[in-house]
Design a protein around this ligand. Structure first.
Ligand code: HEC
Length: 136
């Protein structure tokens, strides 16, 4: 009986401790990690300044496409993107191969990076779990 109570209180204290130690998602860290992912996997086409190449590679800097829902943006990376799209009033009809070989974390990081660079601002981070849910 006594031992049972002790076990219970250990469990309760343990529970509180693990809640206290769960780190909130660190957006700043994610953006920093995302910069490296961008330089290795995206910069060839979308360019270092994020401006792309008009008519060929759409810009990710100041892109109105990035105002779409997080799922639509995640899908471009997880599933690839082809067919006609309009970005900032310019029509593109190219093929972006999917980067599904990147981890959920890397995809979240690179999206947080592009959403917070070159004048873009989105303080609501994309989380690895959201990326995971879009894979099928
Ligand atoms: C081989 C060239 C290439 C690479 C590498 C590439 N993209 Fe793209 N990306 C494109 C093209 C082309 C389109 C437009 C496809 C279309 O016309 O339907 C596009 C579209 C997009 C869009 C939607 C439109 C916009 O500009 O906002 C986003 C966001 C995007 N890419 C992000 C990325 C990210 C992040 C990476 C790296 C993980 C990446 N791309 C790697 C060529 C590329």
């Amino acid at each position: 009986m006594k031992a049972g109570k002790k076990t219970l209180s250990v469990l309760i204290v343990g529970g509180f401790l693990s809640i206290a130690f769960v780190q909130p998602f660190n957006l700043k860290q994610s953006i920093e990690a995302g910069k490296k992912v961008y330089e290795t996997n995206c910069m060839n086409c979308h360019m270092q300044d994020g401006k792309g190449l008009e008519g060929v590679f759409p810009p990710v800097a100041q892109s109105d496409f990035l105002k779409k829902s997080p799922n639509e943006i995640i899908d471009v990376l997880v599933k690839g993107q082809s067919g006609e799209i309009k970005v900032n009033g310019v029509t593109y009809n190219g093929v972006m191969p999917s980067v599904e070989y990147l981890s959920d974390q890397e995809i979240a990081d690179v999206l947080n990076y592009i959403q917070n660079s070159w004048g873009n601002k989105n303080t609501k981070p994309i989380l690895p779990d959201q990326v995971k849910k879009r894979r099928s």
